[in-house]
Design a protein around this ligand. Structure first.
Ligand code: B12
Ligand code: SF4
Length: 468
């Protein structure tokens, strides 16, 4: 591995190869979302191609193509910058591709982005000889590809010629540089195929979903510190997308690729945000929508249901996590048993399905408490509009408040802290912080997801947009 610092590019590269490595471990709750392409890279490609049309930009997505395609492209790359997108779920495969890329002299620079390298910039810069982008990658990559000196590029971390770690000031954020990022027919077709394969045994309401983003950041995390297990990047801000751009993208996806459902990956849709989307809603039929929101917001603002209905929302994703109010308060969730039940009933009355996320292995949890949560899930499922129950084992993720409590201990156990996996974190957590065993939790996880998987298949007739 090279040990010298990163130097400014002498000649501009002809090509940008953006990689989204496949997950390191398929987690039990690995959801259908993995059939959809990495939206961060689609945003980057859309922006950069609109500004620098001469450069050839290619995305390789580990959800859609296999390792041999990655190896072929990396080994044959010439005059190329490689950008790799990483979060905790694919960091080891990311490092595998970094090491392979270092063998090819035609690769001018390796740039890492995504939340995980942003949380460990010095480790990734020093150990893997890369440049790390912290936060959104649009402007940093644009400046890099158009020859700006690295020292003047905001939002990047690197080693200078003397081997000193340099962290430039944060870069400005926006999601409205362009109205929407284009998709390729080939990637949409591959995604559709994967989605249909993954969903054949589960209840799906639609056939051709696509991810879009209505906002970045979570207002609860930014204002109040958020839930204790939730990971955040170093310079997080709440950024709302211009609703007109949001609708342009919806129209584009529906008209060009027949997308019958739009899944908003904005982390926490709140009432006023949904109202502003509704204000700009086009006339006529629109595709189905899936939003991530909180039961507490629905409970406190029952009018939110009408807004969801008018947005043609067919499903919401709710982070319920537990059936125990004390645990919910300990992990700093806002919802409680009562608000969760009431919110799901309101959704049911409006004909909106809910998928619920449950977390087990919470601090000090014992078998009785776990049973309490299982009973609660049963009670929720009886309401009749639960589409799926997704259960995960509580994980102290890097970047979350709970991680800072265990960081020193983790560091003494794992020399390469930046390569830690979700499974390792769970195995570390469970015997120390719960009164349960890992195999008990895995069994309950499987039971919860399968017991409450409804038997019948639900489908809804896809809509097409009524524009023009
Ligand atoms: C959608 C999503 C998913 C989807 C992924 C679908 C897909 N194909 O990508 C699904 C549902 C599958 C998923 C699964 C998981 N996820 Co997830 N997911 C998200 C979510 C909500 C949105 C990501 C997104 O699309 N954002 C929109 C794009 C436009 O923004 P972006 O990704 O941030 O990209 C920008 C920058 O980061 C940067 N950038 C990104 N890549 C690159 C690359 C380069 C080279 C550069 C320069 C810049 C750059 O520029 C981009 C454009 O501005 C994020 C939360 C979040 N807000 O990011 C969590 C998040 C990424 N997930 C997280 C986790 C923990 C998981 C799971 C491990 C959860 C679990 N326990 O099961 C699993 C992994 C499952 C597995 N391995 O089997 C964590 C990661 C934490 C961490 N420290 O790494 C996050 C941050 C949630 C959180 N706050 O805790 N997830
Ligand atoms: S879990 Fe959801 S509500 Fe809680 S801080 Fe994270 S994004 Fe916000």
């Amino acid at each position: 591995m090279k040990s010298s610092g990163i130097q400014d590019l002498r000649t501009l590269p002809k090509r940008l190869l953006l990689l989204s490595p496949e997950p390191d471990e398929i987690l039990h709750s690995s959801p259908l979302g993995y059939s959809l392409p990495n939206l961060g890279l689609i945003h980057l490609r859309g922006f950069l191609q609109s500004k620098i049309p001469d450069i050839d930009i290619k995305i390789l997505d580990g959800n859609l193509v296999n390792e041999s395609v990655f190896l072929d492209e990396i080994n044959n790359a010439d005059s190329t910058i490689i950008g790799i997108s990483m979060n905790i779920s694919n960091v080891r495969n990311g490092v595998k591709y970094i090491n392979i890329a270092h063998q090819n002299k035609g690769i001018e620079l390796i740039v890492l982005g995504g939340i995980h390298p942003a949380l460990f910039p010095e480790e990734f810069v020093r150990k893997y000889h890369t440049l790390v982008v912290i936060g959104d990658g649009e402007m940093p990559l644009y400046k890099l590809l158009t020859g700006h000196p690295i020292r003047q590029i905001e939002g990047v971390a690197f080693l200078d010629e003397s081997g000193k770690f340099v962290l430039n000031p944060p870069n400005g954020f926006s999601i409205d540089y362009i109205p929407y990022a284009f998709r390729l027919k080939t990637e949409m077709e591959a995604s559709k195929k994967r989605f249909l394969e993954f969903s054949k045994d589960s209840r799906q309401l639609f056939h051709m979903p696509a991810h879009v983003l209505s906002h970045k950041g979570c207002y609860y995390r930014i204002k109040k510190g958020g839930c204790s297990f939730c990971s955040r990047g170093p310079y997080e801000k709440l950024i709302l997308r211009n609703p007109e751009n949001f609708w342009s993208e919806v129209r584009y996806l529906n008209e060009n690729f027949g997308c019958d459902a739009i899944i908003d990956v904005g982390e926490n849709c709140f009432f006023s945000l949904l109202k502003s989307l509704l204000k700009h809603r086009p006339e006529g039929k629109i595709p189905f929508f899936v939003f991530i929101t909180s039961p507490e917001d629905i409970y406190k603002n029952p009018e939110m249901i009408d807004v969801l209905k008018e947005l043609n929302c067919i499903q919401v994703k709710l982070g319920v996590e537990s059936g125990d109010d004390n645990f919910l308060s300990d992990i700093k969730k806002r919802n409680r048993r009562k608000s969760t039940i009431e919110a799901i009933k309101l959704l049911k009355e409006a004909g909106i399905y809910a998928s619920i996320g449950i977390m087990i292995g919470l601090p000090n949890q014992d078998w009785d408490d776990l049973q309490h949560t299982i009973d609660f899930v049963e009670e929720i499922v009886k309401i009749g509009n639960i589409l799926e129950v997704r259960c995960s084992i509580f994980t102290p993720l890097p970047g979350s408040p709970v991680y800072s409590l265990i960081r020193d201990e983790i560091r003494s156990k794992h020399k390469d802290e930046e390569l830690i996996t979700v499974n390792q974190l769970q195995e570390f957590w469970v015997p120390r912080y719960t009164k349960l065993k890992m195999d008990q939790l895995i069994r309950v996880q499987e039971d919860l997801e399968t017991l409450f998987r409804p038997k019948t298949k639900v489908t809804a007739k896809p809509f097409s947009m009524g524009f023009g």
